[in-house]
Design a protein around this ligand. Sequence first.
Ligand code: SF4
Ligand code: SF4
Length: 187
Amino acid sequence: MKAAIKGDVSFFAKEIEAACGQDVLTCYQCRKCTMGCPMAFKMKVKVNEMMRAVQLGRKEDVLAGDTMWWCVSCETCATRCPQGIEIVEVMDVLREMAIKGEYYIPVESMKSFHEVFLNSVRSYGRLYEMGFAMDLNLALLDPLKDAGLGPVMFSKGKLKLLPHKVKNLESVKKIFENVKKIEELQE
Ligand code: SF4
Ligand code: SF4
């Protein structure tokens, strides 16, 4: 990784805080996030290391890295973090920044995963698993991928045929609208 650039230290963390409300500067490197992360074995830069790089203002390195692209938003890290940092929200912001900045995405399928996931949340306020799986397969040009798992998941009640919207979908839509406005102001 490049050395921290003087003046950039913590500015990057502040940028992230402005986007999602999570204060990465409170991370004190206990490594509980990484120890519990089921995808850590894939990440070249582990979750706690990525948090440190953010604190040091290493924006280029973080956005060109693979950490956020392996994250599957399982929330384990956030549950374990003694500082209560919602790391998934940090990951979301970093993915958006990387896409906008046209950084190389080391796990191309995760870009589709991210976009399809956000579309589902935008439409229903939560993840509609069935629609998500179908849309993702279409985006990956592999419509029958994991089709055999469907009946098993149905039988165990893990998949619902129809989507369930959250009660206050308007609030969710407002969040997306506000984010869009902020992005337009930053351009
Ligand atoms: S949410 Fe992402 S970073 Fe956190 S434990 Fe799960 S896969 Fe790892
Ligand atoms: S669990 Fe929280 S405080 Fe500990 S290293 Fe990870 S982000 Fe930092």
